[in-house]
Design a protein around this ligand. Structure first.
Ligand code: C5P
Length: 475
């Protein structure tokens, strides 16, 4: 039987064998034995390198690494690829499990083996890999992670991304992902400055991809300097951590109650008193509060808006129904009464459709509706910490809002001018003034006037203020 002397092997092969052996915790001799056994078909599943690495990487994720962040690191072909090996360590230092994907060009600069040894995970190179443990591996690599980092991102890779190509593993992953993507471009300054690259980068940023660098400095090419150096691994790892961490949700654990839309007060089974409220502002606040982590109940009068995702929506018709649903939804940390509740209802609403008669017009008696905002704001027990009213006025906006703050007993009034000329009623933009109790102000009321903005933006700002106010200790 022929014998094999490892010492006599080619240096490159010896280096690879050493890395592989270290990675598997075996002696070099054992590593060679394992490879040969696998190659001759004996004992495949136990000793086949791919099976072993796959098993150990998946096992690691399942056992000690559950809850860790996961990054797919795509290394494309540029000289800066040597820094990507350091990036693997920096990402690991920041708590990431890192799986590397190397393009064909990248393998001219660094080997998959080095990436595997540093990441302790299998590295990936081919779109069609019959031995991959994944079904449709690019889909898994694209989705089974918290973010994708491309470092270095070459001009060529970015051009392909901008065009939506998917002809190798790296581009297929980037096309198939729904995770945040961070690019660390690196290239010659002239390539970076080229209008084609500028166009591609602008396109990618518009598509939601984030970029870091390139930095200014000397290039690998002798005597060349400029903008083109890949950002430092420490910087990239820090940005990756920032992007992969779940966003802060300032209303996590809070319960928020919102009323929205008009009310319909029946005159008879087919007619009602109504107003022009669209409900858009209240619905936007509900969505923003939910996005900020709150458990939200939205009590909505008749509007044609769909339920905001993740929000409990109670649809009502009249003011009295609205009050009943508000009561049922309490307790809450904050209640925002954005509904345009009808002040009056018909006392003698007909049970049947009121008919025209020769004897004249029907007589409708109006009675006052319950004031939901005032009822809840004046409650001695179970009052939300923050009670916010809206004041839709067509004249004397601020004076009316100040008076309302006191009369209704609420903490803030969001005042807006709803004169037809403003287009606010039913429109998508709003100009509001936040009127609040302010012991420092001469009349005990402070006014913060916000510039004109979209109703979504008003909602986001208001939610920010609410989150801050709920953090303050009770007065
Ligand atoms: O008195 P006015 O209707 O202008 O007050 C507006 C504020 O009071 C809004 O926050 C509105 O939702 C609330 N309101 C209420 N119940 C009513 C009337 C108004 O909650 N019956």
């Amino acid at each position: 039987m022929a014998s094999l002397t490892i010492r006599k092997l080619d240096d490159a092969i010896k280096a690879e064998l050493r890395l592989r052996a270290a990675q598997h915790g075996r002696s070099v001799e054992d590593e060679v034995r394992t490879i040969l056994r696998a190659a001759t078909g004996g004992d495949m599943p136990a000793d086949n390198t791919k099976y072993r690495i796959a098993a150990s990487s998946q096992g690691a994720v399942a056992a000690q690494d559950s809850g860790k962040l996961r990054a797919t690191l795509i290394i494309s072909g540029g000289i800066a690829a040597y820094k990507s090996l350091d990036l693997i360590r920096r990402l690991k230092d920041n708590g990431f499990i890192v799986r590397c994907v190397l393009t064909h060009a990248a393998q001219q600069f660094v080997t998959p083996l080095a990436a595997s040894a540093l990441s302790n995970q299998r590295s990936y190179t081919d779109l069609f890999d019959p031995a991959s443990e994944f079904d449709a591996g690019h889909i898994r690599l694209a989705r089974d992670c918290d973010l994708i980092v491309v470092a270095p991102a070459t001009a060529d890779l970015m051009a392909k991304m901008a065009q939506g190509h998917a002809d190798d593993l790296a581009t297929a992953i980037l096309l198939a992902t729904d995770r945040p993507v961070l690019l660390a471009p690196a290239m010659n300054p002239l390539m970076w400055a080229n209008p084609a690259t500028r166009r591609n980068v602008a396109r990618l940023i518009r598509d939601g991809v984030r970029t870091l660098g390139p930095n200014t400095g000397s290039m690998a090419e002798a005597g060349e300097a400029g903008v083109g150096r890949m950002a430092e691994p420490l910087e990239i790892a820090a940005r990756a951590l920032e992007m992969a961490r779940p966003p802060a949700r300032p209303l996590d654990g809070r319960r928020i109650l919102i009323t929205a839309g008009p009310t319909h007060e029946p005159i008879d089974p087919v007619r009602y008193i109504a107003n022009r409220s669209s409900g858009k502002q209240g619905f936007a606040i509900a969505a923003a509060a939910r996005a900020a982590g709150a458990e939200v109940t939205l009590v909505a009068g008749p509007v044609g808006l769909p339920d905001p995702a993740g929000v409990t929506v109670r649809r009502v018709e009249s003011a009295r129904d609205m009050l009943a649903e508000v009561d049922a939804a309490l307790p809450a940390d904050a209640a925002i009464f954005a509904a345009a509740v009808a002040d009056w209802r018909v006392a003698n609403a007909g049970e049947q459709k009121i008919k025209k008669t020769a004897s004249g017009f029907p007589h409708l008696d109006l009675v006052e509706n319950p004031d939901i905002l005032s009822t809840i704001a004046h409650r001695a027990e179970g009052r939300p910490k923050l009670v916010i009213g809206f004041a839709a006025e067509t004249e004397h906006l601020l004076a009316n809002a100040r008076a309302k703050l006191v009369r209704k007993g609420c903490d803030w009034i969001v005042a807006n001018d709803v004169s037809p000329a403003t287009g606010i009623m039913g429109g998508d933009r709003n100009t509001v003034h936040l009127v609040s109790r302010d012991d420092g102000a001469p009349d005990g009321v402070g006014v913060d006037s916000w510039p004109a903005m979209g109703k979504d933006e008003v909602a986001a700002h208001l939610v920010e203020r609410i989150a801050a106010a709920l953090k303050e200790p009770a007065a």
